[in-house]
Design a protein around this ligand. Structure first.
Ligand SMILES: [Zn+2]
Length: 553
């Protein structure tokens, strides 16, 4: 019976693959190359053509095998979850099929700036928006809040703007009782913002600021460098507004509030720890910056018992020298000593291409105290073989707990293998990757491979403020509809939420509490989906309310 023989051969093949994989997983890194998987010659020769029935059986086995390897396959849904899953999958399938019929309208095939509002109307997005998504583990502290909140901040007293000589472009902002005398990068004149509003009209000024505090409307930069330059100019504009000590605390408090409202119960953020200032000329240090964070978090936690918490990863700019890094390390040790639980670890940030690669600092990084964990950005590039690409290797060898972005990981099979062995999570930020021009169409995002082969992935949002996205829902929606398989269902969503807690820097006991808090929200979510509060299109009043409240302080 050739067909049965073929079926048997394929089953054997799969067993061989599975066996090889288990074997590979047990090998040490230095043995990996020698023990690379070897497919036997007879494996590629399948004798005779099967009957259609046998072929269908084989195909079925093939699918089940692939499915068993995807992220979330180990999740077993309860009866109630299965019912909710059906509704969510109806919404997903509808959008997917509409996409197949009219590919140019499929939202994940387009630039986010062109579909941001359309996505908010999506029934699937409304489910995802309501869903408790666990944690955000990759986000930068001055790119968290909505533009509306930033505009509110600009209405505070004593805010000055520095306008360029000819074009009157706003180059900087600063709170001050009198005309600031701080140096700016360009030649400009300081004016009270309230006066500028009087002169040009508040609406006009606000529209101008809104445009300059995000990357809108440019969907196509000349290249990745130009996108990063624009990125840098927003950070520079925000500095004087946010580094004002009272703004700093309020910005963080509001970020927690907006993330919480978007179904995020825990936030692990990166900070460069800027030196703050106030109207009295007080001298602040990095420790003060952390202190203000911690005090603000304590206040938020006291008022929101369902919130899990927040921790800080000290992540100064990578464009530095050895002396600069020594100073970073000194600060890191100091803040870790003073706030051991709040400070999660260390990273280096900024455009990887323009900064220094990890390999430049190996002895110093290896010399850091063992209680400071690493969470390195690495491989946020399309340049295969570049130093940025190779940061992935150093990140893993240095013992990073997670990899920020890891966009280039598919080009490094050995690094990928080590991620599984060492249980290192990949922090995937889909929208950020598109805006910074690493990928145009989300269906081509390398995370599809991470999903298909069960890599430890968490979905995050990086800098949602700069693209007017919700704190996490837009990235989740893109990952679920545009990157994952059409077959991926609630098991993937649930797994991603659980991963975000399990791969956080929370201690085992903190994770236990966190999972309990998340589970309560999750059960409510399932009830809500099944309650019929959603109409046939998946729209839900609570979700809509949450979307709207994201816009205000
Ligand atoms: Zn980042």
């Amino acid at each position: 019976m050739p067909a049965l023989k073929t079926l048997g051969t394929l089953c054997v093949l799969m067993l061989v693959f599975a066996h090889n994989e288990a074997r590979r997983a047990s090998l040490r890194a230095n043995h990996m190359v020698q023990h690379a998987p070897h497919i036997e010659p007879q494996a590629s020769v399948i004798g005779g053509r099967p009957t259609p029935e046998a072929y269908n059986s084989l195909r079925d086995i093939f699918f089940r095998y692939e499915e068993s390897k995807t992220l979330g396959a180990d999740i077993t849904l309860t009866q109630k979850e299965l019912q909710a899953n059906q509704l969510i999958m109806e919404a997903k399938t509808r959008e997917y099929e509409e996409g197949l019929a009219t590919p140019h309208l499929f939202t994940p095939s387009q630039h986010l700036f062109e579909v941001l509002d359309d996505i908010k109307q999506s029934p699937l997005f409304k489910y995802i928006s309501s869903m408790p998504k666990g944690a955000v583990l990759h986000a930068h502290d001055t790119a968290l809040c909505s533009t509306d909140f930033l505009i509110r901040l600009t209405y505070r007293d004593n805010l000055w703007v520095c306008q360029g000589k000819g074009d009157k472009e706003v180059i900087g902002m600063r709170f001050s009782k009198t005309k600031p005398d701080v140096a700016t990068q360009a030649d400009c004149t300081w004016e009270l913002l309230s006066k500028v509003r009087e002169l040009h009209g508040a609406d006009k000024v606000d529209t101008y600021l809104r445009e300059h505090l995000t990357l809108y409307p440019t969907v196509k930069f000349l290249d990745n460098n130009e996108a990063w330059e624009q990125f840098g100019s927003i950070f520079a504009l925000l500095d004087g507004l946010l580094f004002y000590a009272p703004s700093w605390a309020d910005y963080y408090y509001n970020a927690l509030k907006e993330f919480h409202a978007d179904g995020v119960q825990y936030l692990e953020f990166r900070s460069t720890l800027p030196i703050l200032y106030d109207l009295e000329g007080t001298s602040f240090t990095e420790l003060d910056t952390v202190r203000i964070y911690k005090e603000t978090l304590d206040k938020y936690m006291a008022e929101h018992i369902d919130f899990i918490g927040s921790k800080l990863i000290y992540a100064p700019i990578r464009n530095t020298d050895k002396e600069g890094l020594d100073n970073y390390i000194k600060v890191c040790v100091e803040i870790k000593e003073k706030y051991p639980d709040f400070v999660a670890g260390f990273d280096l940030v900024g455009q990887e291409e323009k900064g220094r690669p990890l390999k430049d600092f190996i002895p110093q990084l290896l010399g850091m105290p063992e209680n400071i964990d690493f969470y390195f950005h690495a491989g946020e590039t399309n340049w295969f073989g570049s130093t940025v690409d190779e940061n992935l290797i150093d990140a893993v060898l240095l013992g990073t707990k997670r990899i920020g972005h890891g966009f280039a990981l598919v080009k490094h099979p050995l690094v990928l293998q080590m991620l599984k062995e060492r249980n290192i999570a990949i922090e995937v930020n889909p929208i950020s990757n598109q805006v910074l021009q690493l990928v145009a169409d989300y269906r081509n995002h390398p995370c599809a491979y991470f999903f298909a082969d069960n890599y430890p992935v968490v979905i995050s949002s990086d800098d949602p403020s700069f693209w007017k996205a919700t704190p996490l829902s837009h990235d989740f929606y893109i990952a679920f509809l545009g990157i994952a398989s059409a077959h991926s269902d609630m098991r993937l969503l649930k797994k991603l939420a659980l991963n975000s807690i399990n791969y956080s820097s929370l201690s085992p006991e903190q994770k236990r509490v966190a999972l309990a808090k998340w589970q309560i929200k999750w059960d409510d979510f399932i009830d809500e989906v099944l309650s019929g509060n959603y109409d046939n299109n998946g729209s839900n009043n609570a979700a809509q309310h949450r979307l709207n409240t994201n816009k205000i302080i």
